[in-house]
Design a protein around this ligand. Sequence first.
Ligand SMILES: [Zn+2]
Length: 151
Amino acid sequence: MECSYCQKLKSYGYGDFIAETEYWVIFLAPNQSNLGTCVIALKRHYGKLSGLKPEEWSDFSKIVDRLEYALKKAFDVTMFNWGCLLNSFYLEDQPNPHLHWHFIPRYTHKVHFEGIVFEDPYFGYMRPRPVKNVSTKLRKKIIAKIKENLK
Ligand SMILES: [Zn+2]
């Protein structure tokens, strides 16, 4: 069975497509409990950080710079969490992970965007929060705002 990430990458149907580079694709994450949360997936099917090619690291470092800059400008983000977890793949009998990063903007303050208030009540900590699903229309506006600031 083909990896779910590879399928999603083929159709760019995972969450919402924001941008791509030579080696990575940036999507808006399904869960927007922290406004602007993104997923950055490696384009090729590969499942761990060790053994990543130097050109993939180098390309990724440019994404870090660009995304942090864009989100800071778009939503006045305080700081950023970057996480490479891959946990859910290992719940399968035969784990077949596909490398991706979770990019989570963190806020000391409330952010009002398009009439909705986004909060980060556990700033300074990493605690599970209920999923915040926002409408497709709002997702498009979040993506547009990020793209507008993505250099
Ligand atoms: Zn894959």
